[in-house]
Ligand binder design. Sequence first.
Ligand code: NAD
Ligand code: USQ
Length: 397
Amino acid sequence: MNNILVLGGDGFCGWPTALHLSAQGHRVTIADNLSRRDIDVALGADSLTPIASAEERVAAWKEVSGKDIAFHKVDVSDFDALHALLAELRPDTIIQFAEQRAAPYSMKDAAGKIYTVNNNINATHNLLVATTELGLDAHIVHLGTMGVYGYDGDGLEIPEGYLDVYVPGDNREIFKRSILYPTNPGSVYHMTKSMDQLLFQFYAKNDKLRITDLHQGIVWGTQTEETRMDERLVNRFDYDGDYGTVLNRFLMQAAVGHPLTVHGTGGQTRAFINIQDTVQCVALAVANPPEAGSRVEIRNQMTETHRVRDLAHMVARVTGATVAMVDNPRNEAAENDLRVSNRSFIDLGLDPITLEQGLLGETLEISRKYADRCRMDMIPCLSTWTQNQRPGVVTAE
Ligand code: NAD
Ligand code: USQ
């Protein structure tokens, strides 16, 4: 049994992960500053599912499972507050979900860019400094993103974090180096995850911190084994133009009778993972920490790749929804291929949930159940990547 601190444990990935680790018998503490709920209020959007307060959530979990999860309202970007919590808990595993995670929000305006960089970099760096200062031998598991690799794929299989490069020397000798795969982020948010990687590399080398960085794809779905156990445990469901991710948006758009909003040609290929597999992967990562003194363990946390327009057509086929091609508010490649290695999780025993096997039905059902909570005016993606882009204009396909 581990003593696990889940930073950002009130969020979409953090909450079901905290429940799963608690169900497995670990001692779990959540720290979250509830900034995601505050951003909901500021944007005028809300989770499609009615989520209970953090206090109600942990009380419901105690009722349902008999297990305790402690909740602390702590801002991880506040060093003193984080240091005090770590000193008190002395966790042996710390999972870092506590960052601003929406690319569109990070590109919205100057305030979105500055907040995302300040919050994310400070949160992650504070964690590394506090762990070092307190002499904790904790395994740090960070949720990173596939987007650090960029989407200029030409068929090369993206390795798990590191690339072996061979450099010719002056005297015909060949030098081999294993380097971090060069980053090519597509938003300020993705850039913070690229910067996190360097922080990890330094602290693993200098202070021998044990760090796992999970390069996760786009998460879809809502419920997991544990969040299904009681309505008060329901996971959040983001659908608005800033925080909603593409497949969940398509499913929810179909449920409320909105055309499916494909950006540009829909030729963007992305990596995906179901929320239940997110939870499994994090538990597998927790159970398999790297040795102190070894390099950062980087695992690609994704199970399949799909092209955006294929997803839209699949959802349209299942639901009868119409597909709309909208101007792409982002500055991204119109078409790309993507091949990704996820061997390390498969070797650890991950048995992936694929779209065909489908939890699509469950997500559609939830979307229909809470359709009356949807604000149609929050659906369009209005954050543009550059100042000369205009918000999307909808035309029928
Ligand atoms: P989320 O916004 O739902 O959850 C993040 C949580 O962290 C929120 O509850 C928020 O209040 C909290 N938080 C943010 N800054 C904080 C701070 N300074 N102090 C304390 N708490 C803070 O996001 P999510 O979808 O659960 O994502 C979690 C992590 O996984 C993120 O780091 C994200 O980059 C990564 N990730 C998410 C996805 C996805 O599709 N959702 C995909 C790949 C990677
Ligand atoms: N897209 C549409 N229509 C929509 C919404 C999105 O066509 O209505 C397109 C986007 O233009 C983009 C793709 O779908 O090409 C993916 O967009 P997304 O919002 O689903 O995903 P993204 O912005 O990349 O971010 C999400 C999470 C982020 C995580 C990332 C994983 O919000 O936290 O890091 O997925 S990854 O994409 O693999 O880097």
